[in-house]
Design a protein around this ligand. Sequence first.
Ligand code: GRF
Length: 193
Amino acid sequence: MRNHSPNIAIFASGSGSNAVQIINHFKTENIDTHFFVLSNKKDAAVLEKTEALGATTMSFSREEFYNSGKIVRFLTENSVQLVVLAGFLWLVPQNLLEAFPNKIINIHPALLPKYGGKGMYGMRVHTAVVEAQEKETGITIHFVDEEYDHGKTILQKTCNLDPSDSPETVAKKVRQLEHKYFPLVVKELYNDI
Ligand code: GRF
């Protein structure tokens, strides 16, 4: 039986559609955890959207993220035990990796190791997939390590592509997979804490 109440942190800097799906999934399942949503962008849409769902939000500077213990302190003081990157583009520093071994996960909108690495994000990924005339693409949910899009894979799901697909239609297919599977993986890992 669990005798503590682990909380979850989501790092994001974009529209936050995945963060919203995750939080809503936990609400639907009546899982009593608190979400902290952190962003390097003060005005990221994800902050407003998740605050409306009851999350505690905060933003931070590059200096605070890389050259202070502020973020790790904030997370540990708030009983965070699982860290989810959902549209967060900065490399995770060593002090954060060490504070949460095997407890930081990321979602990438392609089938890693293909189409990953620094600078491979958003529509750039889907454009590269279309240009290479891939027959399928998908999502990769993986543990985070000191390299971009590199840690051990937790789950991959694929979708088929047609010659008529554009980067925009690929993005739509991939997004559906993200919204369906990311909350389930987060919940599974949460249950294992
Ligand atoms: C997703 O496509 C995810 O795979 C990538 O960043 C995007 C975030 O989208 N890591 P959103 O902000 O959750 O809508």
